[in-house]
Ligand binder design. Structure first.
Ligand SMILES: *[C@@H]1O[C@H](CO)[C@@H](O)[C@H](O)[C@H]1NC(C)=O
Ligand SMILES: *[C@@H]1O[C@H](CO)[C@@H](O)[C@H](O)[C@H]1NC(C)=O
Ligand SMILES: *[C@@H]1O[C@H](CO)[C@@H](O)[C@H](O)[C@H]1NC(C)=O
Ligand SMILES: *[C@@H]1O[C@H](CO)[C@@H](O)[C@H](O)[C@H]1NC(C)=O
Ligand SMILES: *[C@@H]1O[C@H](CO)[C@@H](O)[C@H](O)[C@H]1NC(C)=O
Ligand SMILES: *[C@@H]1O[C@H](CO)[C@@H](O)[C@H](O)[C@H]1NC(C)=O
Ligand SMILES: *[C@@H]1O[C@H](CO)[C@@H](O)[C@H](O)[C@H]1NC(C)=O
Ligand SMILES: *[C@@H]1O[C@H](CO)[C@@H](O)[C@H](O)[C@H]1NC(C)=O
Ligand SMILES: *[C@@H]1O[C@H](CO)[C@@H](O)[C@H](O)[C@H]1NC(C)=O
Ligand SMILES: *[C@@H]1O[C@H](CO)[C@@H](O)[C@H](O)[C@H]1NC(C)=O
Ligand SMILES: *[C@@H]1O[C@H](CO)[C@@H](O)[C@H](O)[C@H]1NC(C)=O
Ligand SMILES: *[C@@H]1O[C@H](CO)[C@@H](O)[C@H](O)[C@H]1NC(C)=O
Length: 632
């Protein structure tokens, strides 16, 4: 699916500068494939605008050590109100962030005057198509007062003095006073001490008089440099927000990319509802920041939109790599395809809303952005491998034969890694379409057969009172997609629920497991067993040729549901326990839905809940070979 990517370009051997260079470089490439791929990446530095991610650029957070003249260009920071550090009390305006650098040990004081408090509210805006689950709803003010919404985001924190910092610097302290006798609050005495966590703090209070705010920057041993923050007060709503809840989940990855989804944006699944249609037709509102878990410098400010926004090692998805989808439970949600990732690496994906989703910054109600807790995910394994093909093309590809397949036309519920052949550059971009067309063509045969069953008759003449042909058709589609598009897992994984397949083939790196390996998995007996030696879908072995892979088997319920939903005349049957069932279908773990121990589009996001009620069925043993594609 994904092109080979930035770290892997195709070099025409004959285009290399000189013959001696050619010979030595090819030799060294063959001997040191990793070096070759890294060298390749360097050569594209100057053409690829995304390339700086490859280099370990110092982030803003690693910038300098003593503040000095550095003036960050933050979103929403109206330079006119960037005051001078000092102990004077500075004045905040409605929805206009006050932004300052503050050295460790210093205190800043701010005020939001009663005149601003009694000012006009900002004009109403359309907002999101419907409120999000758990989204903040404003309290009612005391009579004669107004609610003031105060938010603090730390945009920069002091940087660690050592390469391996011990934790994060201390959080800024935020104090809010409503008493004219405490105009410089610098402790919880007579003021509210607002908790600040991960670089974020917020407070709403009902008031009618001037409000005074103090910000104190503590000293942190082992860290040098300044903090930078945005402090905003608003009578309309919080400028910046953070919810201590995950908004999203990870579905699957391959070596270089991952698929993530937000939670459902609404519980509405009726396509005639206006809320449903607004979510689906308006531009996606969420963005996602993806960053490697190895870099600790974001810890301490990870809940702050302005910090994430300026964090150089972050990959930002929103303008691209995202779309609305109904996958899974048929409810609107947003899909993110994060690319340019490294293999075997752990990342965070933080769902955010940029500003109010259509505008951001100074003067915009909610213009400072909303952040949720990150989703934690790991990419599949895969070093890079170099391959010199027959026409002397030197190709560098991830040594992993599982590739993400999603956004299909027929198998709409498929969104996971499937067997692939990264060496075949023609195949890679059409892998999803190839699987989808295969499933769609199998379906054509089935629908012809179904058309011969008296489905749409009076209910007494129907094959079942509980199920009709619509149900049979749906069950067949789900089952067909799951069995014809196997869910692929790292071959190196030894999880007990994984079924080895295609052991009969050579690995994509050219190694032949059955002749070159002492691994008992590749014994003659195993390799000649149909359920180990080949794939369940023969097209995979002939057209894709992925080499040996491991499959997360389709959940048993997909088979039972098919048998239960379709007329007996179609003669569907599931293999019996102990007679092939365990080589064909898997059991849901019943606990966490990730990692899945079996593959089911029905159990997609809801986890095991959808898969209960198994085993109560009497299952026919009859096989209808025309439809049951290699049940074993
Ligand atoms: C507040 O709104 C009123 C009525 O719409 C308008 O006359 C007045 O000029 C506004 N005040 C400010 C400061 O914008
Ligand atoms: C965001 O704010 C801008 C400026 O106030 C406004 O025009 C726009 O309608 C707002 N967007 C939404 C989705 O409410
Ligand atoms: C604020 O309090 C801290 C101790 O909590 C103190 O070090 C600092 O000097 C105080 N700042 C002002 C301006 O009072
Ligand atoms: C806002 O006010 C309500 C009602 O007093 C309170 O329950 C809530 O915790 C407050 N939220 C914040 C962020 O201060
Ligand atoms: C998203 O869904 C997860 C799992 O159901 C839940 O724990 C979390 O609270 C939800 N988050 C939001 C923001 O609704
Ligand atoms: C991320 O998830 C993995 C696997 O579930 C877990 O081992 C790890 O501790 C998590 N990391 C964090 C930082 O939550
Ligand atoms: C999914 O397919 C649609 C058209 O079928 C396309 O517009 C969209 O960009 C695709 N999304 C991704 C993430 O590839
Ligand atoms: C049964 O009727 C439905 C709706 O009227 C139609 O979509 C479907 O194709 C019909 N099925 C058969 C097998 O005739
Ligand atoms: C089949 O049954 C479902 C309920 O199980 C019903 O919604 C649907 O309309 C039925 N389809 C036909 C073609 O009768
Ligand atoms: C080829 O890949 C297989 C499976 O990942 C591995 O066991 C084998 O050592 C690899 N061979 C080479 C030459 O790297
Ligand atoms: C192994 O591969 C050979 C050649 O492709 C084929 O003839 C044979 O049937 C395969 N065996 C199995 C068990 O898939
Ligand atoms: C690549 O895959 C395509 C599609 O399956 C196939 O037609 C072609 O022969 C393959 N090329 C190579 C070099 O294996």
């Amino acid at each position: 699916m994904r092109p080979l990517g930035y770290a892997c370009s195709k070099l025409r051997a004959s285009a290399l500068p000189s013959v001696p260079f050619l010979l030595t470089s090819i030799l060294s490439i063959l001997l040191h494939p990793h070096y070759a791929c890294a060298a390749n990446a360097d050569t594209i530095t100057h053409e690829d605008h995304n390339h700086p991610r490859l280099e370990n650029l110092p982030g803003l957070l690693g910038f300098g050590s003593d503040g000095g003249s550095y003036e960050p260009d933050f979103i929403g920071a109206d330079r006119s109100i960037i005051g001078r550090a000092g102990n004077d009390v500075q004045v905040l305006a409605n929805n206009a962030p006050g932004s300052l650098n503050i050295n460790q040990g210093d205190t800043n004081f701010w005020t939001f005057p009663s005149k601003a408090l009694s000012g006009n509210f900002s004009a109403q805006t359309p907002g999101l198509p419907s409120p999000l689950q758990g989204q903040y709803s404003p309290p009612t003010p005391v009579d004669g007062e107004r609610i003031l919404y105060i938010s603090l985001t730390t945009c920069i924190q002091p940087s660690p003095k050592s390469a391996k910092p011990n934790g994060a610097p201390d959080q800024l302290k935020l104090y809010v006073s409503t008493s004219s006798t405490n105009q410089k609050p610098n402790s919880s005495d007579g003021a509210v001490a607002v908790p600040v966590d991960g670089g974020f703090g917020w407070l709403n209070i009902s008031v009618k008089s001037d409000v005074f705010i103090g910000i104190f920057a503590p000293f942190s041993a082992g860290f040098s440099g300044f903090y930078n923050y945005q402090l905003t007060a608003s009578i309309d709503g919080f400028y910046a927000s953070y919810y201590n809840e995950r908004n999203g989940f990870f579905i699957d990855s391959d070596t270089n990319s991952a698929l993530l989804y937000t939670n459902d944006t609404t519980s509405e699944n009726n396509s005639s509802s206006s809320v449903f249609n607004s979510w689906m037709s308006e531009p996606p509102v969420f963005s996602m920041f993806v960053y490697n878990q190895d870099d600790p410098r974001i810890l301490g400010i990870q809940n702050s939109y302005c910090a994430l926004k300026n964090w150089a090692p972050v990959q930002s998805l929103g303008a691209t790599g995202t779309s609305m989808t109904l996958i899974g439970d048929g409810r609107p949600k947003q899909q993110f395809h994060a690319t340019n990732l490294n293999g075997s690496s752990s990342y965070y994906g933080t769902t955010v809303i940029t500003g109010n989703s259509t505008a951001l910054g100074n003067g915009v109600v909610n213009g400072g952005g909303t952040v949720w807790n990150p989703v934690n995910f790991t990419t599949k394994s895969g070093d890079f491998f170099v391959y010199l093909d027959s026409s002397l093309f030197l190709t560098c590809f991830p040594d992993n034969n599982c590739a993400l397949v999603f956004n299909l036309t027929f198998c709409t519920s498929v969104a996971y890694a499937a067997p692939s052949n990264p060496k075949n550059a023609t195949l890679s971009p059409m892998l999803g379409a190839k699987y989808d067309e295969y499933a769609a063509s199998m379906y054509t045969n089935f629908s012809r057969s179904l058309a011969q069953i008296p489905c749409n008759t009076t209910s007494s003449a129907q094959y079942s009172l509980a199920r009709n042909c619509t149900d049979c058709d749906a069950a067949y589609r789900q089952w067909l997609c799951a069995v014809s598009i196997p869910r692929c897992e790292d071959f190196s994984s030894n999880a007990s629920y994984l079924q080895p397949r295609a052991l009969n083939q050579t690995f994509i790196n050219g190694t032949n497991g059955s002749t070159s390996s002492s691994n008992p998995l590749f014994s003659y007996t195993n390799v000649s067993r149909s359920y180990y030696g080949g794939s369940r879908n023969p097209m995979i072995d002939t057209d894709i040729q992925p080499g040996p892979y491991k499959e997360i088997l389709p959940c048993k319920d997909l088979c039972y549901d098919l048998v239960r939903s379709c007329p007996a005349a179609l003669q569907f049957g599931c293999p019996l326990e102990g007679h092939g069932m365990n080589y064909s279908y898997g059991n849901p773990s019943g606990l966490e839905w990730y990692p899945p121990t079996c593959n089911s589009p029905l159990g997609w996001a809801g986890g095991a809940a959808v898969l209960r009620g198994m085993g109560s069925l009497a299952v026919s043993m009859a096989f209808a070979t025309a439809f049951v594609i290699v049940m074993i």
